[in-house]
Design a protein around this ligand. Structure first.
Ligand code: PXP
Length: 252
């Protein structure tokens, strides 16, 4: 039997499951299979800490009506991410999710592919963050590991940053130590400035545990593509538990 020290405790970053891919599958046939709301409720029941959606202006996966339905039924944290255009801002001010993650993606991109330039867009972001926080929502800014941009993120008044993990994920297989290094520097600096840290993009069952272990300050990850793909083979119930397990960190 393993003996644990008396001051041992397990802490876990939260797992928010991005359900866009479930909506993509539904939209392929025009009906309501799979049922996006039911899938979200099941994902909660299987142990996820939250649900993330990323509605885009063309509604090619999550529709604005999905967002309303989800808001009425979810019991865990609801995170809405997206580009803060007029319609998006109007929607989140109406829906009031727990967290809004602002992402600088143009309407036609396949998926988010960069973090904010928080210097160029400082005024816009400061005004938007202020508006959302005044309405009672927590705000997070999607961002690369550039320390200057993270410093500028702090001055927008945002509560959190979400580190864009594509570079980590692509470097992890061959050079994990080098791949994680900029994330440790960025997260440490952000934490020292009073920002909380989320992360997401291209995280999967292979690279998640190392990331969570190396960043003990990590609050939350949002994961979609790999988790839903794994569910094709392993089932949603299993994969939610497996991803949660990867997030376990032992603290002494
Ligand atoms: N975070 C943001 C801001 C995203 O745009 C996405 C993709 O929609 C994710 C996290 C999740 O990325 P993935 O689908 O690769 O897990």
């Amino acid at each position: 039997m393993v003996m644990l020290p008396c001051n041992y405790k397990m802490i876990m970053a939260k797992l928010s499951v991005n359900i866009n891919k479930i909506a993509t599958l539904r939209n392929a046939r025009g009906g309501n299979v799979p049922n996006v709301l039911q899938a979200a409720l099941d994902i909660e029941r299987f142990g996820a800490d939250g649900i993330t959606v990323h509605p885009r202006p063309d509604e090619r996966h999550i529709r604005f009506t999905d967002v309303w339905q989800l808001k009425q039924h979810l019991t865990t944290e609801f995170n809405i991410e997206g580009y803060p255009g007029t319609d998006f801002i109007k929607m989140v001010l109406d829906v009031k999710p727990h967290q809004v993650t602002l992402v600088p993606d143009a309407p036609d991109v396949l998926t988010s592919n960069a973090g904010w330039d928080t210097i160029t867009h400082q005024t816009f972001l400061t005004e938007t963050v202020c508006q959302l926080k005044e309405a009672g929502m927590r705000v997070s800014l999607f961002i690369d590991t550039n320390l200057t941009l993270i410093e500028a993120a702090k001055t927008t008044g945002t509560d959190r940053i979400e580190l864009y993990t594509e570079a980590y994920a692509s470097g992890f297989e061959t050079q994990p130590v080098q791949a994680i290094a900029p994330y440790i520097s960025a997260a440490t600096m952000a934490q020292n400035m009073g920002l909380a840290i989320n992360a997401g993009h291209d995280l999967n069952l292979q690279n998640l545990h190392y990331f969570a272990q190396q960043l003990p300050m990590l609050q939350e990850v949002s994961i979609g593509h790999a988790l839903i793909s794994d569910a094709l083979y392993l089932g949603l119930d299993n994969v939610v538990k497996m991803y949660k397990h990867q997030l376990t960190k032992a603290i002494y």
